[in-house]
Design a protein. Structure first.
Lengths: 102, 164, 657, 486, 518
């Protein structure tokens, strides 16, 4: 095992990002899709932290702070939307939500 | 030491990430997500991002995941609800394929990174130092985040509140 | 010499036409309220006034020295664009004078005749409007001083012919006959126009081109036309003549044209309009004379037509149809004459023919009038006693057309025969003798079928239906007086062209026209082969005419059962002749129907609808298909959308790499 | 107080006004309590007007990645005008559904604030925050019609895809930051990360975020569904203001890269995207019989036309191309907004009357609305004398001048295609028989919006230089601001 | 030097003002609306007469108005009239009041909008004829579209919507490509503007000209319509209301040929020469094909529509024969066609109003019942088939004579159109007017009324007058046509000379010259 470089961190971030992507694209359950998006955002945060470390600048830390806050808002709003749909439709299956098409 | 820790945390985050997107039951997913987030928090610490480490645990693993779990509980999906939403091999496989391809492509783009050997400046990543940025040049951003949070609250109220 | 009164000649008929036209339209819903008297007066005064002006002009012209015999008047520049600058101008020279005298003269008689003939018709005013308009157009045709003004009249007479043939438009057949006349004429005009274009471009240089006869003549004398071009132009112009003058292969409209009122047949389809082709060739004699090939074609077509139409005339039973084919045949004679370069002989026949054929037609009209509309000669016979004035005038004209001395036809026909024999042809040396033979035989046939006509109508046993018999009456004097005058003309007019070998300078008609016409290189009327030959030929032609008459007399009066037997003996030939050689049917099958059905089925239904429009709609259809496809991609599955985004990003990254 | 903060705020007064105004409205809403069917429209308009006034006054400057230049003022003005129109349009809608709440208005204002930020910044932090601030209220507003399943589905779709795309956007920011160590894009492209793979990838990912907002192919697929499902007033807002903000940001970023030699064939990429966007948008609209959806596809197609300008601008840095794109955006805003406003006017509470056949014969029953609708359709089709025509003209002219005749030919063929579906609306209005009894209530508010849009469209077609007969010189100053660039 | 400043603007925008005014007329008083439209269009005609009165027969542009419209884009509001446009303008203003009068009782629905569209259309047409700035021309060109499709689509027949949509799509494809070409010219002019004079002075390579001509030519050829781009025309004509058909045939189609004459040929002479064989061939095909297809139509309007294809084929033949005779003939023929085909559509409309059918088979033998009508129909027919003495002949003769000097084969083939024209028109009159009365419904057919007579009479008079005395028109046309022709001849001379490029005058210098006094 060699030294851990920036590349490792960024690579990991990318891998995590795309694991999240798999969830976003591949799961029918909207809740899991939401979580996947959170995972994606987190992966990007990891990249930011790594780059901040590389550049030894902390503005990225502030940015990560913002992202975390935004992620929280997104989660709240997304879940609110989901709940409002669930109230009428009793489902969180994305494949059922295709009334709007063509 | 450091590489080992990195690989452990990396492995943990990847594995729990994979688990998070593959579970049928969203509760299991949420749990796996929490573990992944904690693992990333560990990586933050390794990157000398001490404040972020704290925030990650508190806000992400704490607040957000709890919110998700809360909603999962509220929706209270039984197995008969979840069954139709289990992984469909074709769809999931295609998604994985596309993602893997994109992932590979992206990795190709980001080769040849510098090492992280440069020593950190004193106080790097600590709350006080980050605050200097946050309440210095980034103050406006901070305010905007406040606005976004306000919007989030409004949104939650508008969307999820029952008809009066 | 420039004069200022020529415009009156066309003006009177035009005025008459307009006034009568207005009367016709304004009283169209109350036809019997119209003042018939006024219409008659206006309608007949117009050509008579024209005739008087023409006569005055003739007198003035005669007073001029021979080489200055031309009255001209230019009204205004009609069309001017680029190098073209056409005057609306008149040329009154011996040729147009001769033509105009009989056009307005005989025209006047026929107008008068019409008062009686059309007296009971609903469209009386309209009829006179058309007839006046015709006179106007014909005058324009003759009097115009350029190819284009001639063309105006040319088309104008065609229009009037169309309108008058279809005068009783309520009858579909008559309307169709009118159409046919106009369209066939237009086919000829196609050639006429192209001829004009050829000449126009041959004349263009630095200055303006007016297409005036003088200008063209000048150019021809200076040999500014290439020989090939000249031949082509003459042939094209002659194509126009074949249309208007009913020559092969465009003669088919004329027999059908008999659908019009009989005076119209007399005026337009016998005496005047149909001879304008001959007039045109004579008018452009200076061009044709330079194009021997074209002239030879004219002669051949003329001879062929003369013979061909005469044979058809043998087996027709409609009195007007017989006369129609005889007209076609006689027109062929005229073309034969001008075709051998004997322009004055051709014109002479035009004049004599105008008299006797008008007389024949009006006589036929009188017969039809008397028989309440019956036209089939098998239902006539013995009418000479019943309607003697009509009968005797008819007989005079009959003798004229058969070429019996001293009737008019004798002189003109013999002059043509003599010229045909004696004018050498530079291209086909033996042609003159052949043409003569054809014309000679035709003369016999003509005598035969005309005698048949006279015999069946006026002589022999009465075969009239009892109903017609009850109304049988001689026509009113407004009809018989013109008949008598025309009969007199048919008898006497020949003496203006007595052969030179009989009386030196006797062919006054020829000398009158001489300054206006080109002469063959062989010389004028003066004898090349000697008087003896000419006299011998004359005797021969008289002989064959008499033979024809005698034969017909034998067949139709003495042994009336014989024709039927002969017909039965050669049924195929008889059917062909009686059926007019099925030329109409052949045209219908080979030209008309293929064009019409081809247009309908191929051009419209396939090319327009199935090909072009389909191609247009196909573009639309493909767009719609593509549209549907694009919209189907928009499936509503949100994760699919996300995947597209991801793939999009990936592709972009890939492209950029 | 922090001086950088103050400078940034003063540099971007419209944003400050909007933010403050939005918060004020929230407070008012809270104070109002149950008596909430209040005329929210007036304070909202006042806030927007104040922001607009500041934007046009030319106040501001540039500080820490926030730039309020001529370009910024133009885009901000456009955003604010369309927000104001949305506010007026919403009045009728909210009354109809019985939810006249302050929250709707404050969300609109917050979104507008986000747009202002988005369009006036080259700093990646602000871009991200602006993006979120503008998007999240729109997600919420899309689902505002609580009774409607379609509205909720639209909100969910928009949210999911929006979040996904902002994740990609954020990844792009991360890469750019990683390559350069700076969060200011203007600094980043010219800094030490210049030309690296990471930088290129980051720029591209960033770009895809903008392209998502403007609904360019292949990031367009959310648009038809969301436009259709969202309440029409929100759709109008999305189709105009969001697009304006998106293009504002895109063009600004292109402006930064246009100067710096990036080694990125951005112009070529945009060329292809423009072609694809035009073709897909127009083709899909061709057979669409749902009017709102048709307009959604049409808005995709129009994004394609604007992308031509963007492509030329990216390739040459020609200010004329930028001007063309902005003029198009201006024309597009009014004609599209007007069209949606008419759609809203014909809608009823029970039946929105979105099917084109419902419009049969309305031309004779609602002459004013129909004439306006026809005008908007003609303008969208690019037929003179309308603003839409000059928009196309401005874009095409610059493309031709820069040797891009081929894409213009493709574009005009697309326009010809588009005539079919735009004219179909006119045809239906005037030539088809009435099929359903539409009983649209007469609404002064909608009438006002339609009238303003119609006048703007006509005016832009007759006097595209923006000369007003007398005095005030709104559009003129905006276009001139473009001509006197950054 | 202008005769009356602003006269052209007045002529153009008077109808537009009338259009707005007619929308304001009270809805339940249609007669006021009709009277208003009639008054406005008549006033426009009277105003346009002033153009004729003050016109000098030279090649210059007269009554010029030239102000900057959109300075930033170099777009000018530049109007002017010369021998080419003068009579087309007069034709337009002449036909419009007639058309208004023709629909007096015919159009009962939505009368206000109807007149508004008609008048707006007039503005578009007049503007297109008078614009001397390519951009301005394009604006007016497009302005015609909407009123026209509404006229067809709202007041038209059964398949009116199909016809309207087909019309606009055909037209847009062409005109949008023309827009690209216009933009290219702007670039080629050094981004100075769209003024036709400026463009004229702009040097264009042969290849550029080729493409530009193709783009302009396509737009114009669709409008003409040239075979095989003609299939919109029969549909549009059949479905359009009478007024629409009259305007469409009378004026709109002329915009295509006018476009060739004003823009495509003089601006791109090299390309015009290069395209000559193709366009001559298409023109000849159009003449013959149009005639043949017209012959077999069963619907009168369709027949007349195809006859337009044939007649416009003559015009195209004349335009691409590149000599003054043919040019004059072509321009003259445009007027002739406007009058005779316009009159034919009016006549068909008059009968349609009574019997509501356009099938030839539904008539027949009506001449005796409606003699005035039949006489008018006959006269127009004769004009249409080019009878000498009527207007049609002058145009046809000049075109064919001119064409004969340029391309004999084309001229010979086209001359067959003279025969075919007679065939289809006379066959029509025979089946339509003559023969026995076949349908009892026609027994009670009413003849032309006073109003109908009034609207036909001016056309019929012109048909005769223009046949007898064409010079007042020809002489005024000629100088302008000659100067257009010079462009082509210069180009030919250059081609003939072995590679000795004639330097075009410097555009900028000329521009400076032009602009300095302003």
């Amino acid at each position: 095992m060699g030294a851990i470089t920036l590349g490792h961190y960024v690579g990991l971030a990318v891998v995590l990002f795309f694991i999240g992507t798999v969830g976003v694209l591949g799961r029918k359950n909207a809740l899991i899709v939401f979580m996947s998006i959170e995972l994606q955002l987190n992966a990007v945060n990891l990249a930011f932290a790594a780059f901040a470390r590389a550049h030894l600048k902390m503005d990225a830390h502030a940015l990560v702070f913002f992202v975390i806050a935004v992620a929280a808002v997104e989660a709240a709003v997304g879940l609110a939307i989901l709940v409002s749909i669930f109230r009428r439709r009793e489902t969180v299956d994305l494949d059922d939500m295709t009334a709007l098409n063509e | 030491m450091e590489p080992t820790l990195f690989w452990i945390l990396a492995g943990l985050s990847v594995v729990s990430g994979v688990i998070a997107v593959t579970r049928r039951n969203p509760l299991s997913s949420a749990l796996a997500l929490a573990i992944a987030l904690v693992a990333v928090a560990g990586l933050f610490a390794m990157l000398d991002a001490h404040l972020l480490f704290i925030l990650q645990i508190l806000v992400y693993a704490g607040a957000i995941v709890v919110l998700i779990v809360f909603v999962i509980m509220m929706l209270n999906l039984g197995p008969e609800d979840l069954e139709p939403m289990r992984i469909q091999p074709l769809k999931f496989g295609l998604a994985a394929l596309v993602s893997a391809a994109a992932c590979g492509g992206t990795l190709l783009w980001i080769r040849d990174m510098p090492s992280l050997s440069a020593p950190v400046t004193p106080g790097f990543g600590t709350a006080s130092e980050v605050s200097k940025v946050l309440f210095g040049p980034m103050l406006l951003g901070f305010e905007i985040v406040g606005l976004i949070l306000l919007v989030g609250i409004l949104g939650a109220v508008v969307l999820a509140k029952k008809e009066d | 010499m420039s004069v200022s009164f020529l415009w009156l000649i066309p003006f009177f008929p035009l005025l008459g036409s307009v006034v009568n036209g207005v009367i016709a339209l304004s009283t169209s819903h109350r036809p019997h309220a119209a003042g018939r008297g006024a219409v008659s007066v206006i309608g007949c005064a117009a050509p008579i006034l024209s005739f008087l002006v023409t006569a005055a002009a003739f007198l003035q012209l005669r007073g001029l020295p021979v080489d200055g015999r031309a009255l001209t008047q230019s009204l205004y520049t009609w069309i001017a664009a680029g190098r073209l600058s056409v005057e609306a101008g008149f040329l009154f020279d011996p040729l147009s004078c001769a033509m105009l005298l009989f056009v307005t003269g005989i025209g006047s008689l026929i107008h008068i005749y019409s008062i009686g003939y059309m007296g009971h018709d609903r469209g009386y005013a309209r009829y006179f409007a058309y007839l006046n308009l015709f006179t106007f157009s014909m005058v324009l045709l003759v009097l115009g001083d350029s190819l284009l003004t001639m063309f105006v009249g040319w088309e104008g007479v065609g229009l009037c012919s169309y309108l008058l043939i279809g005068f009783w438009f309520g009858d579909e057949e008559k309307a169709i006959a009118g159409n046919k006349a106009f369209i066939v004429n237009r086919i000829g005009d196609f050639g006429f126009l192209l001829g004009i274009f050829l000449i126009f471009w041959a004349l263009t240089g630095d200055g303006k081109v007016g297409l005036g006869y003088g200008e063209i003549r000048e150019a021809a004398h200076q040999h500014r036309f290439a020989p090939g071009l000249l031949t082509a132009a003459c042939l094209l112009l002659f194509m126009g003549a074949t249309g208007k003058s009913a020559q092969l292969p465009l003669y088919v409209w004329l027999p059908d044209a008999m659908a019009g009122p009989t005076p119209v047949s007399a005026l337009i389809h016998a005496a005047t309009m149909v001879t304008s082709g001959v007039y045109m060739v004579s008018r452009l004699s200076f061009l044709f004379i330079e194009a021997p090939v074209a002239l030879t074609v004219v002669a051949i077509v003329g001879a062929a037509t003369a013979f061909f139409a005469a044979t058809i005339g043998l087996a027709q039973n409609d009195i007007k149809k017989v006369l129609a084919y005889s007209t076609v045949s006689q027109l062929g004679y005229m073309f034969l004459g001008v075709g051998v370069g004997a322009f004055s002989a051709g014109m002479f026949h035009v004049v004599t023919h105008a008299f006797f054929k008008a007389c024949l037609f009006l006589g036929a009209g009188s017969v039809i009038h008397a028989l309440s509309g019956e036209q089939d000669i098998r239902k006539m016979g013995g009418l000479l006693k019943r309607i003697p004035r009509t009968g005797w005038t008819f007989i005079a004209a009959w003798l004229a057309i058969c070429g019996i001395f001293p009737f008019a036809g004798f002189f003109s026909k013999d002059e043509i025969l003599w010229k045909v024999w004696s004018e050498p042809n530079t291209i086909i040396p033996w042609l003159p003798k052949l043409l003569w033979a054809v014309a000679f035989v035709t003369a016999g046939i003509t005598a035969f079928y005309m005698t048949r006509l006279v015999a069946m109508v006026f002589l022999g046993r009465e075969r009239i239906s009892s109903e017609a018999k009850s109304h049988l009456h001689e026509s009113p004097s407004s009809m018989t007086i013109p008949l008598i005058l025309l009969a007199a003309g048919s008898t006497l007019i020949g003496f203006i062209g007595v052969p030179e070998f009989i009386v030196e300078g006797g062919n006054r008609f020829h000398h009158w026209l001489e300054p206006a016409l080109a002469a063959t290189h062989g010389g004028g009327v003066h004898v090349a082969h000697g008087a003896a030959l000419e006299a011998a030929l004359m005797a021969l032609s008289l002989l064959i005419a008499v033979a024809g008459i005698a034969a017909a007399w034998h067949f139709y009066l003495r042994r009336p059962e014989l024709p039927g037997r002969i017909a039965a003996a050669v049924p195929g030939l008889y059917r062909a002749v009686a059926g007019k050689y099925f030329v109409d049917e052949a045209y219908e099958a080979a030209v008309v129907r293929p064009i019409r059905e081809g247009s309908r089925l191929v051009l419209w239904r396939i090319v327009d609808v199935r090909v072009i429009d389909f191609a247009v709609n196909l573009v639309g259809m493909l767009s719609r298909v593509a549209s549907t496809f694009v919209r189907l991609v928009q499936s509503g599955y949100v994760q699919f959308y996300a995947a597209v985004i991801l793939i999009g990003v990936a592709v972009l990254l890939w492209v950029m790499l | 107080m922090n001086s950088v903060y103050l400078r940034a705020l003063t540099a971007n007064e419209p944003f400050a006004i909007l933010a403050a105004g939005g918060i004020l409205l929230v407070l008012l809403d809270a104070i109002a309590g149950r008596r909430r069917n209040l005329p929210w429209i007036w304070p909202t308009l006042a806030v927007l007007a104040a922001a607009l006034a500041r934007a046009l006054a030319g106040a501001g400057g540039s500080s820490a990645g926030l730039i309020m230049d001529g370009f910024g003022r133009f885009v901000v003005a456009l955003i604010l005008v369309s927000a104001a129109l949305t506010v007026v349009l919403s009045e009728t809608h909210l009354r109809r559904i019985g939810r006249m709440r302050g929250e709707h208005y404050s969300l609109l204002i917050f979104s507008a604030a986000g747009m202002v930020l988005f369009a006036t910044s080259t700093d990646l932090v602000y871009l991200f925050l602006g993006l979120e601030l503008l998007s999240i209220p729109v997600y919420i507003l899309s689902g505002y019609q609580r009774g409607s399943q379609r509205s909720a589905e639209a909100a969910l779709k928009y949210f999911l895809l929006g979040a996904f795309s902002s994740a990609i956007f954020l990844l792009g920011i991360a890469f750019i930051y990683g390559a350069s160590g700076s969060t200011d894009f203007a600094v980043a492209v010219s800094g030490n990360g210049k030309g690296s793979g990471l930088m290129s990838a980051g720029t591209l990912l960033l770009m895809s975020g903008f392209l998502f907002k403007v609904a360019a192919v292949p990031f367009h697929m959310w648009a038809p569904d969301v436009y259709e499902g969202a309440p029409t007033n929100v759709t109008a807002f999305m189709a105009t203001a969001v697009k304006a903000a998106g293009f504002g940001a895109l063009l600004r970023i292109l402006g930064v890269t246009a100067g710096a030699s990036q080694g990125l064939p951005l112009a070529t990429v945009l060329w292809w995207l423009a072609v694809l966007t035009m073709i897909v948008g127009n083709l899909a609209a061709l057979t669409q019989s749902n009017v709102k959806r048709m307009l959604a596809y049409s808005s995709i197609a129009h994004a394609g036309y604007i992308l031509i300008g963007a492509s030329v601008y990216a390739g040459t840095g020609d200010a004329g191309a930028l001007e063309g794109a902005l003029y198009y955006l201006l024309a597009y805003t009014f004609m599209t907004f007007g069209a949606f406003a008419v759609v809203a006017a014909f809608g009823e509470k029970q039946n929105e009357h979105l099917d084109m056949s419902d419009y049969g014969g309305l031309g004779w029953r609602y002459p004013a609305l129909s004439i306006a609708m026809s005008l908007f359709m003609i303008s969208l089709a690019g037929i003179p004398p309308t603003a839409g025509f000059f928009g196309k003209y401005a874009i095409f002219k610059n493309a031709v001048q820069n040797g891009q005749t081929s894409i213009v030919v493709i574009a005009v063929l697309n326009s010809a295609l588009s005539v079919y579906y735009y004219i179909r609306v006119v045809v239906t209005l005037y030539m088809r028989p009435e099929s359903v009894r539409v009983t649209a209530g007469r609404s002064v508010a909608i009438g006002l919006v339609v009238a303003v849009c119609a006048l703007a469209v006509l005016w832009g077609g007759i006097a595209p230089e923006g000369r007003l007969p007398g005095g005030s010189d709104l559009l003129g100053s905006a276009t001139r601001a473009v001509l006197a660039p950054r | 030097m202008s005769f009356a400043p602003g006269l052209l603007s007045l002529v153009i925008f008077l109808p537009a003002a009338g259009a707005v005014a007619s929308l304001l007329v009270p809805k339940n008083r249609p007669t006021i609306g009709r009277a208003l439209a009639l008054a406005v269009s008549t006033a426009t005609f009277l105003a346009s007469i002033q153009l004729l009165v003050g016109f000098r027969a030279d090649a210059s542009m007269q009554f010029v108005e030239d102000v900057s419209w959109i300075a930033a884009f170099g777009i000018r509001y530049h109007l002017g009239v010369d021998g080419i446009s003068l009579f087309l303008v007069l034709l337009t203003t002449f036909l419009t009041p007639i058309v208004v009068l023709s629909s007096w009782s015919d159009v009962a629905q939505k009368v206000r909008a109807y007149h508004a569209m008609l008048l707006l259309l007039e503005t578009g047409m007049l503007g297109a004829f008078l614009a001397l700035d390519l951009f301005l021309f394009y604006v007016f060109w497009e302005l015609m579209l909407i009123p026209m499709i509404l006229l067809i689509g709202v007041w038209g027949g059964q398949r009116r919507i199909y016809a309207a949509v087909k019309f606009i799509l055909y037209t847009m494809v062409g005109s949008l490509l023309m827009l690209v070409a216009i933009l290219y010219l702007y670039k080629a002019s050094g981004s100075r503007g769209f003024d036709i004079e400026l463009i004229r002075q702009t040097a264009l390579s042969s290849k550029e000209q080729w493409w530009l001509f193709a783009a302009f030519g396509l737009a114009f050829a669709i409008k003409v319509p040239l075979f095989p781009l003609h299939t919109w025309l029969p549909d549009a004509h059949v479905e359009a209301p009478t007024a629409g058909s009259v305007i469409l045939a009378g004026v709109l189609l002329k915009l295509g040929t006018y476009g060739f004459l004003r823009f495509a040929i003089p601006l791109f002479p090299d390309a015009a020469i290069a395209f000559q064989p193709l366009l001559l061939a298409l023109a000849v095909i159009g003449i013959i094909y149009g005639a043949l297809v017209a012959m077999v139509q069963e619907d009168i309007k369709k027949l007349v529509a195809y006859s337009s294809v044939s007649h416009l084929g003559y015009v195209m033949l004349g335009l691409f024969s590149f000599n003054l005779e043919a040019f004059s003939g072509a321009l003259y023929q445009m007027l002739n066609h406007g009058l005779s085909t316009g009159a034919l559509f009016l006549l068909v409309g008059i009968l349609y109003e009574r019997r509501h059918t356009r099938q030839i088979a539904d008539y027949g033998g009506i001449a005796a019942r409606v003699p005035l009508y039949a006489a008018a129909f006959m006269l127009v027919t004769l004009s249409s088939i080019g009878l000498p003495g009527l207007n049609g002949f002058v145009g046809e003769f000049l075109i064919l004579a001119g064409a004969f000097g340029e391309n004999r084969l084309a001229a010979i083939l086209s001359t067959t159109g003279v025969v075919l024209g007679a065939v289809y028109m006379l066959w029509l009159t025979q089946r339509f007017l003559f023969g026995p009365m076949r349908h009892a419904e026609n027994q009670s057919l009413k003849d032309l009324g006073r109003r109908e007579g009034l609207l036909l009479a001016p056309i019929l008079l012109l048909i005769v007058w223009m046949g007898v005395s064409p010079r007042p028109i020809l002489d005024r046309m000629e100088p302008a046509l000659r100067s257009t022709l010079t462009r082509v001849e210069m180009s030919r001379a250059r081609d003939a000379a072995p590679k000795a490029p004639i330097p075009l005058p410097d555009a900028q210098a000329i521009l400076d010259d032009e602009r300095s006094p302003r």
